[in-house]
Design a binder for this molecule. Structure first.
Ligand SMILES: O=P(O)(O)OP(=O)(O)OP(=O)(O)OC[C@H]1O[C@@H](n2cnc3c(O)ncnc32)[C@H](O)[C@@H]1O
Ligand SMILES: [Mg+2]
Length: 174
């Protein structure tokens, strides 16, 4: 079974590899840098979802693997609070795209101000933590949940949902 990963982000890649290996035998993985065709920093659930779907479809185009994954992070605001949201999609060779969302959590106002000013969450988190490339490791989710869940674990949940939906699709349930 060929698995294509539409990112080079380490946290996203580890999530796909970990969960796929748990559910399928005899798998091979390949990574591709594909565009999301949305803003670098999506600013709504709709845009984040579209980014994940576009990444999955762009990965299908270049890889034509059995499962072509796209994962996307974004933010949106409700009641003056900024939430980070996370979406995933998997594109199949017949052109079907299955999608789902994962964890959503609050970002502090000092981070929200930076994002409203047009900055991207990745670099803002590096500045905040004085660390490099937090988006590849603990991520904002790790920092703002006191380390209880890291970015890989967060995306593992999404990949699990996607694989579950794929199994239902094969049984004509979805
Ligand atoms: O290489 P890609 O796949 O693009 O991975 P990415 O880390 O840039 O992730 P996204 O494009 O999906 O996320 C959009 C932006 O939000 C940032 N981001 C999202 N979730 C984050 C998290 O948990 N921690 C740090 N940055 C995060 C990310 O760095 C981007 O600036
Ligand atoms: Mg990105």
């Amino acid at each position: 079974m060929k698995i294509a990963i539409g990112t080079r982000n380490k946290a996203k890649t580890a999530a796909i590899v970990n969960v796929v290996k748990k559910h399928f035998e005899d798998v091979s993985f390949e990574q591709f840098s594909v565009g999301s065709n949305v803003s670098e920093q999506p600013f709504s659930n709709e845009e984040t979802r579209q980014g994940a779907i576009n990444r999955a479809l762009n990965t299908l185009k270049v890889a034509n693997a059995d499962l072509n994954f796209g994962l996307e992070g974004g933010v949106y605001e409700v009641d003056g609070l900024m939430y980070c949201c996370n979406w995933g999609a998997v594109a199949l060779q017949d052109g079907t795209v299955l999608s789902c969302a994962g964890a959503q959590f609050v970002l502090p106002e000092e981070i929200a101000i930076e994002l409203r000013a047009g900055k991207e969450l990745g670099p803002v988190m590096d500045e905040y933590t004085k660390e490099k490339e937090t988006r590849h490791h603990s991520g904002a989710i790790g920092v703002f949940t006191a380390g209880l869940i890291n970015r890989t674990e967060m995306f593992e949940h999404i990949v699990k949902l996607l694989i579950g939906q794929y199994l239902c699709y094969k049984e004509n349930i979805l």
